[in-house]
Design a binder for this molecule. Structure first.
Ligand code: NAD
Length: 291
């Protein structure tokens, strides 16, 4: 199947990055969110990020202009019904995602491929509640989308080969690399990454190290480009907690229990960079550790 147009649900950190790479690769993009403010912010951010690519000679000014011209927004979810491929990139909560699919399904063309950018939720379960489990897949981009090379492709139990091969071609057109993961909680990347981040929060919670010493230890001692707490702030602490809960419930193993300190930060609304406070406070010139 030829994919020319893409609908994106959710214009947050991931949605704007996904819009960015699809528009640059020549796809028509239609993005929706619950507020006009979120949509305006996302388009402004894509513009800024593409401008940075122009200034670094990664793309031309003409590429940017053409790509920005391909991005449209709407507050009506139903408008996405006419696109060839829908990527749901809304908040990591199953009830939110399910409600989106329920509202969208009556408007979808029969051939449209439906995907979720979920970091952890069962693709098979999400697919089973739609009218097209064979045309449903996990399409997991990494953050920040314009920079990260990998895309995880997750087939649910009913996903057909044609759908999978179509998405492999789409990933190639984006200039990215696809990795196939089986549909088990948090797939590959987050199955490994999130317990490490959670352990870093336990290390902080138990007083083994401070925010600064934990991050420095992993950067200088394990050659990680970002410390685990800095990375957690970048991902979003609500998303990290949601993924740990999916691992904990889905694999029924206590080794995945979320650290109570991670829960506390989320309860405080300190969700990391997106709310300007998490393990670091980003409200000043330089990030300051909050513990
Ligand atoms: P975010 O909080 O930055 O953005 C979520 C967006 O969804 C918000 O703009 C919100 O208004 C919107 N939204 C919520 N309900 C909606 C609805 N009913 N209809 C339309 N829009 C709605 O979150 P994010 O970091 O962009 O994460 C989005 C998805 O991508 C999640 O499933 C997450 O697990 C996944 N993901 C996140 C990362 C990461 O590093 N943050 C990486 C890979 C995948």
């Amino acid at each position: 199947m030829n994919v020319a147009s893409v609908g994106i649900v959710g214009a947050g950190q991931m949605g704007n990055g996904i819009a960015h790479v699809f528009a640059l690769a020549g796809f028509d993009v239609l993005m929706t969110d619950v507020s006009q403010e979120a949509l305006d912010k996302a388009v402004a951010l894509v513009d800024r990020n593409m401008e940075r690519q122009v200034s670094r000679d990664k793309i031309s000014a003409a590429d940017k202009k053409a790509a920005m011209g391909r991005i449209k927004t709407t507050l009506k979810l139903a408008d996405l019904g006419k696109t060839d491929l829908v990527i749901e990139a809304a908040t990591e909560r199953e009830t939110v995602k399910q409600a989106i699919f329920e509202d969208l399904l009556p408007h979808l063309k029969p051939e449209t491929i439906l995907t979720s950018n979920t970091s952890s939720i069962s693709i098979t379960r999400l697919a089973s509640r739609t009218d097209r489990p064979e045309k449903f897949m996990g399409f997991h981009f990494m953050n920040p989308v314009p920079v990260m090379q990998l895309v995880e492709l997750i087939r649910g139990i009913a996903t057909d080969e044609k759908t999978y091969q179509t998405l492999v071609k789409v990933v190639e057109k984006l200039g990215k690399t696809a990795a196939s993961a089986e549909d088990f909680p948090a797939f590959i990347v987050n199955r490994i990454l999130m317990p490490m981040i959670n352990e870093a929060v336990y290390t902080l919670y138990e007083g083994v190290g401070s925010v600064k010493s934990i991050d420095e230890s992993l950067k200088l001692g394990a050659n990680h480009p970002m410390g685990p707490l800095e990375l957690a702030d970048f991902i979003g602490l609500d998303t990290c907690l949601a993924i740990m809960n999916v691992l904990h419930e889905g694999l029924a193993d206590t080794k995945y229990r979320p650290c109570p300190l991670l829960t506390k930060y989320v309860e405080a609304g300190w969700l990391g960079r997106k709310t300007q406070r998490g393990f670091y406070d980003y409200r000043g010139e330089i990030p300051v550790p909050t513990r």
